[in-house]
Write a protein that binds this ligand. Structure first.
Ligand SMILES: [Zn+2]
Length: 206
């Protein structure tokens, strides 16, 4: 789980191709230089992304520093918040955002639902992060072995209660992955990635 997070990033002013090139470049960081300045991360989404990727590398290599969690940091947060990234992530208990990105209190503005399926309240949350808090980086975060995506892959006829909302939202990605005729793991990985890409496209077209 540690090394297999899928990051697809929505930067306000970049196209998808440029985004993936940026992510690839940042993933090739040299060992032991996994740090990015907090103020720069808030001011510029490129450095924000860098900060997340470096933090995830620290976490994956058991080198987490758990920043900005001291008593003084908590006191400082009473004055207000300036999170450097908005994250739309899955509710999966194994993907706690501050821990996997090795960030602290006041760093991340997060909305989480199963399969990171978005609704109007999610959009309002994202807009609040951008408009009121000045956060410039928006990340849609999928992850390996996502139970919500796996459930959608089974194309259930009558999902219980409101679970149907999740299944229906993920279904286009599930159908796309099934059409690719891969083995089970590759199929699920493709569905997870396709689901993130669909959600980024939805956000871009709001
Ligand atoms: Zn999940």
């Amino acid at each position: 789980m540690k090394t297999s997070l899928f990051l697809v990033v929505f930067l306000m002013t970049f196209f998808i191709k440029a985004q993936s090139q940026t992510v690839e470049k940042l993933l090739n960081v040299k060992p032991d230089v996994y740090f990015a300045d907090r103020d720069s991360a808030y001011a510029d989404p490129y450095y924000g992304l860098k900060k997340l990727i470096y933090g995830n590398k620290r976490f994956a290599e058991n080198k987490s520093i758990s920043p900005r969690q001291s008593e003084a940091d908590l006191k400082n947060n009473e004055l207000g918040q300036k999170p450097f990234a908005t994250i739309i992530g899955c509710a999966d208990s194994r993907v706690p955002n501050e821990i996997i990105f090795d960030q602290g209190v006041g760093d991340l503005f997060i909305t989480r639902t199963a399969g990171q399926v978005m609704a109007k309240a999610s959009y309002g949350t994202i807009e609040y992060g951008t408009v009121a808090l000045g956060t410039k980086l928006i990340v849609v975060l999928g992850h390996e072995s996502c139970g919500a995506v796996d459930a959608a892959m089974k194309l259930p006829d009558n999902p219980p209660g409101h679970v149907v909302t999740l299944i229906n939202a993920i279904k286009p990605a599930a159908l796309k992955a099934k059409a690719a005729q891969l083995n089970d793991k590759e199929e699920l990985d493709l569905a997870v990635r396709s689901n993130v890409i669909e959600q980024v496209a939805l956000l871009r077209n709001l």
